[in-house]
Design a protein around this ligand. Structure first.
Ligand SMILES: Cc1cc2nc3c(=O)[nH]c(=O)nc-3n(C[C@H](O)[C@H](O)[C@H](O)COP(=O)(O)OP(=O)(O)OC[C@H]3O[C@@H](n4cnc5c(N)ncnc54)[C@H](O)[C@@H]3O)c2cc1C
Length: 506
């Protein structure tokens, strides 16, 4: 099949066992709290089926040459990486924010690279197993998520040192036909409406953390998986329908309560062979890397969405041509352009890995993601500034339709005469959604932490970047050295971590 439909996806969800826990009840996947998330995922199926968007939203499977949804594709070229970025941006524009399905794509891409490298180095048999799983995802156009972030207990100490050993997901039993895992993954986006949960390690693991070096994939309603859901709520609309008000999500704390994982779903098991343990960190980093590259598409789109809303509300307020407004909007546009450009440049510098995948440059990817994260609250601040206080004190929607108040409310919330009272209302209702809803609050935090806390990008860059050439420039300029060696930074990728292992072994 290769490209699925939204209808088939919803049918699959309806058949899943209820395992979503909220407000003291166990829920299935056919309830209203999922509406916003389903609306977002719908775009990923609809656009792949729309000839207008197939150039970016579909791809050719390297497994069988079939046309597939790009969300299940393994990047085979620089063009693929660029198209993923373009697809992410296009879809994020349509939903006014996160497209929510990229975590699964990034997890599949990371597994493709790392299972191959692990087999090559250690002699395991993960890659063939992974390819079978990938084919299953591609054939059925499955939505996958990624459960990477462990709850982590006491920060600053290793998994095996934790007072409670379950603070990182771990293997508690090894059987002939599989393993049993226990632990929990936090901030687990779309777990309540994904087909598959892909669990990956969150950090480097040492020899004593072998039981924590584990990666696998399971259907989201698998026995023992308990999803503690938190819906991203929007301000309710009565009459004034608009795309911005349709979107939402459900985050979760996903608990693995002694869950059996069959052998064909295991992609890393540190207890099988101690040599595999070091691949946990490599896998964690590879996922983060692909994910941060996805961010150079989505965060550029998020900034453009905020700039679009800032432009509209400034126009409705009659201030669009004022100098300070232009300066503020240009600041957001500038960030969007730089973040996207960092992703494009890192795709152009991408290198092919032994499994055939293309992996983008690490320095540019992280520089782009870090800029996006550090600007996100500033961008919301600009939007709040230009919108004025009405976004936080708008009369309820009903007041616009109540015969007693309708005319008065319309009159006193209308501004630039070029916009009708209804369009002014629509604009400020959108501001309420974007600035004042619990969902927008979660989006802001996601802008900071998604893909790793801000310090993680700095750590990744500085662990890879060779400062010697910079020092040489300084020495030349200071007159310490007579000349400087010509310097062009080479492409850097997480493979440096693997090469470091090899050096350590020698
Ligand atoms: C809306 C949202 C959606 C998300 N979706 C997903 C998802 O789908 N899948 C997924 O796997 N993850 C997801 N994440 C998780 C995200 O990757 C994490 O939030 C991020 O990696 C930070 O981890 P944390 O939340 O545990 O924060 P912490 O690690 O607790 O960080 C809090 C602060 O402590 C600092 N800190 C932490 N440890 C140390 C240390 N040892 N030494 C010094 N300082 C330290 C950090 O730098 C930071 O400043 C999502 C996050 C959000 C907000």
């Amino acid at each position: 099949m290769g490209i699925g439909t939204y209808e088939a996806y919803v049918e699959r969800l309806k058949k899943m066992k209820p395992n979503i826990y909220m407000n003291g009840k166990k829920h299935g996947r056919d309830e209203d709290f999922m509406r916003g998330g389903l609306y977002v995922i719908k775009q990923t199926y609809d656009c792949a089926n729309d000839p207008k968007y197939e150039d970016v939203c579909t791809a050719t499977s390297h497994l069988n040459g079939e046309k597939i949804n790009r969300f299940t594709h393994i990047h085979q070229s620089k063009e693929d990486l660029l198209n993923k970025q373009r697809m992410t941006k296009l879809l994020c524009h349509r939903v006014g924010g996160c497209i929510q399905r990229c975590m699964g794509t990034d997890a599949l891409n990371a597994l493709s690279v790392v299972t191959y490298d692990c087999d090559e180095a250690v002699g395991t048999k993960y890659y063939d197993r992974f390819l079978k799983y990938l084919e299953f995802c591609q054939q059925n156009d499955l939505t996958c998520n990624c459960a990477q972030t462990d709850v982590k207990g006491v920060r600053g100490i290793r998994p095996h040192e934790q007072p409670d050993p379950d603070q990182y997901l771990r293997i508690v039993d090894v059987r002939e036909d599989g393993i049993v895992v226990r632990g929990a993954k936090v901030c687990n986006s779309i777990a309540p409406y994904t087909d598959e949960i892909i669990a990956l390690p969150t950090r480097f693991m040492g020899a004593k953390d072998a039981a924590y070096a584990v990666a696998f994939a399971l259907p989201a309603d698998w026995e023992g998986i308990k999803i503690m859901g938190l819906p991203g709520l929007q301000s309710k609309r009565v009459k004034l329908k608009a795309p911005v008000a349709e979107v939402g999500d459900v985050e979760s704390l996903t608990i693995f309560d002694d869950v059996f994982v069959p052998n064909d779903r295991i992609f890393l098991n540190g207890l099988e062979n101690p040599e595999t343990v070091k691949f946990a960190g490599y896998l964690a980093l590879m996922f983060a890397h692909f994910h941060r590259h996805s961010y150079t598409g989505c965060k550029a789109a998020v900034s453009e969405v905020l700039a679009s809303q800032a432009t509209l509300v400034a126009d409705v307020n009659g201030i669009l041509n004022k100098e300070h407004v232009q300066e503020k909007i240009s600041h957001i546009i500038g960030t969007a352009e730089l973040v996207f450009a960092a992703g494009e440049a890192s795709a152009y510098k991408a290198v092919q890995f032994p499994n055939g995948s293309y992996v983008p440059d690490e320095i540019l990817t992280n520089a782009g993601r870090r800029l996006a994260g550090s600007e996100i609250y500033n961008e919301y601040s600009i939007l709040a500034d230009l919108a004025g206080g009405l976004s936080a004190s708008l009369p309820t929607e009903e007041s616009y339709y109540d015969p007693e108040t309708a005319e008065l409310v319309a009159k006193y919330t209308k501004r630039n005469p070029e916009y009708s009272a209804e369009d002014a209302h629509r604009t400020f209702r959108m501001m309420e959604n974007k600035l004042c809803s619990p969902f927008s609050g979660a989006e802001m935090v996601a802008g900071v932490h998604g893909g790793g806390s801000p310090i993680m990008e700095t750590i990744t860059m500085m662990s890879r970047y060779d400062l010697t050439p910079l020092k040489n420039i300084g020495k030349y300029l200071a007159g310490i050295n007579d000349d400087i060696p010509r310097y062009e930074r080479p492409t850097m990728t997480p493979r440096a971590m693997l090469d470091k292992f090899k050096k350590t072994e020698k």
